[in-house]
Design a protein around this ligand. Structure first.
Ligand code: MG
Length: 493
């Protein structure tokens, strides 16, 4: 609990905002998992009302937060509470409700149009909607205010303090080196570009058993966690001791559901590791999208796609999936780690993934700056993609139309996927270039890894900004060299 009386008062009143967020989280989870189709309309109304109530209750804290901002004796947690609330207040006070409302209407319609446009691979159909969204994004950037580049205002919404300058510096090191690495890995021919197991059909009931084993190996606590099925896998933190994840079963290529389970479990482990003392406060959340993604990528890739993990999960795979039995652990490892140039981000492997986010980052930066028109996006996308990966999308369905993000008004999001990869590799480096991971997996016990992450990252919640947190743990922030070193180690040594 806070020592400072103003912050204590803030936290007492904040319980209302927390309760509204708690309700929104449960309703959101239900919408994606169990709600019948016809429940959508009333659910939308209820969520809209809750969002307005939450906004109102937060704005009422402005006076107290102002007072607390002048206090001199705040500890780290108290400073974090004030900082996080100021960020919410900035958004609510600077963005007029009409603009929020317009964005909501425009994106709801745009998402429906985008689905059809993608199916038909018809960018022109989506273009007028995207033009409106880009216009609104620029307005939001202007209202929020920024230094140097309007895109900075949007990047900051997802990754506090992260700028065009930071992103340019990450990609300038990552992209040319990744190109060279990819050429070397392809030439070496150890990691296959395809594997027969990708086509193997599985029984969903059997695969559920395998995913239960994944969760058991990751030591997910049964009384604080549950897993369900949804169209798009996600994680939602409902309370300190109540985190839910979902996965999906597509019927073939079983690694997809297995690694989505490991990925979302990583997000869940983060949420469950936040200090109990921060419960019900504004800092009982992850530090940023990038830091959250570092946790999911760590468990999915650094742990999950390693030989040690394959050995642990192998008996369960053999037991439940008969078609796996003719492949040994080494072969399974290669199936889990195929490397190939592809057009679709969500199908990309570790080594090619960052090219995909880099394309989107380039396009967004130029469009938001007004250097490129929305109508020019497909050609810019395809040319950049060809420059990075040496292959060119044949149509917009496998190019600029593939992601849902823009139709929902999420500009500034994509870079955080790569930040997640970068920070996961920084953790790998801190864990003695992965030796600590291998030792834990050899023992079949990930407790030490969880404790390390808990002590250094999880327990703080969002007490510190993502950059401060990284400086405390690593003495550096967003260092792409760590990711390149991890790739070298994994793919070339
Ligand atoms: Mg994720």
């Amino acid at each position: 609990m806070a020592r400072n009386p103003i912050v204590r008062d803030i936290l007492k009143r904040y319980t209302q905002v927390w309760a509204l967020g708690h309700s929104q989280a449960v309703l959101g989870w239900d919408t994606e998992t169990h709600m019948p189709e016809k429940g959508a309309r009333p659910r939308g109304i209820a969520l809209g009302q809750l969002a307005m109530m939450s906004q109102k209750a937060t704005i009422e804290l402005d006076g107290l937060v102002r007072k607390a901002e002048k206090a001199r004796d705040l500890d780290d947690m108290e400073k974090g509470v004030v900082r996080v609330l100021r960020r919410s207040l900035d958004y609510y006070l600077k963005i007029p409700p009409e603009l929020v409302d317009e964005m909501e209407r425009v994106t709801t319609e745009a998402t429906v149009v985008w689905r059809t446009a993608r199916k038909k691979s018809d960018f022109d159909m989506f273009r007028p909607h995207l033009e409106k969204i880009v216009g609104l994004e620029r307005k939001i950037a202007d209202k929020l205010g920024y230094e140097k580049h309007p895109y900075n205002a949007l990047l900051d919404l997802f990754e506090e303090g992260f700028t065009v300058r930071d992103a340019d510096s990450v990609y300038a090191k990552l992209i040319p080196q990744s190109k060279k690495l990819l050429a070397k890995v392809s030439a070496a021919g150890v990691f296959p570009s395809r594997h027969p197991l990708e086509a193997a059909k599985y029984d969903t009931g059997a695969m559920e058993k395998v995913n239960e084993e994944v969760i058991r190996v990751l030591k997910m606590p049964k009384d604080r966690f549950r897993m369900d099925v949804s169209t798009h896998p996600f994680t939602v933190q409902i309370a300190q001791d109540d985190v839910r994840i979902t996965t999906r079963y597509e019927g073939r290529n079983f690694k997809a559901t297995m690694y989505s389970t490991a990925h979302e479990s990583g997000h869940a482990i983060y949420g469950l590791g936040i200090d109990q003392a921060l419960a019900f406060t504004p800092v009982a959340d992850g530090a940023s999208y990038g830091i959250h993604e570092s946790q999911s990528r760590f468990w999915e890739n650094v742990v999950g796609r390693s030989m040690g993990f394959v050995r642990l999960i192998n008996p369960s795979l053999r037991k439940h999936l008969p078609f796996v039995r003719k492949y040994d652990a080494e072969q399974l490892y290669l199936y889990f780690n195929t490397v190939r140039k592809s057009f679709v981000r969500v199908d990309a492997d570790e080594l090619t993934y960052n090219f995909h986010t880099a394309v989107r980052y380039d396009v967004e930066k130029k469009v938001i700056a007004g250097d490129v028109k929305v109508s020019e996006i497909p050609s810019l996308w395809n040319d950049t993609f060809e420059d990075y990966l040496g292959i060119k999308p044949k149509n917009d369905a496998e190019g600029a139309l593939q992601d849902v993000h823009w139709s929902g008004g999420s500009f500034g999001y994509f870079a955080t996927y790569t930040l997640g990869n970068v920070v996961a590799a920084m953790i790998w480096h801190k864990m003695r270039d992965g030796a600590m991971v291998q030792e834990a997996l050899q023992k079949g016990d990930v407790t030490e890894l969880k404790e390390w992450l808990g002590k250094n990252i999880h327990r703080h919640g969002s007490t510190y900004t993502p950059k401060e947190l990284q400086d405390r743990v690593f003495g550096e922030a967003y260092n792409p060299q760590r990711l390149l070193a991890y790739f070298e180690h994994k793919y070339l040594e």
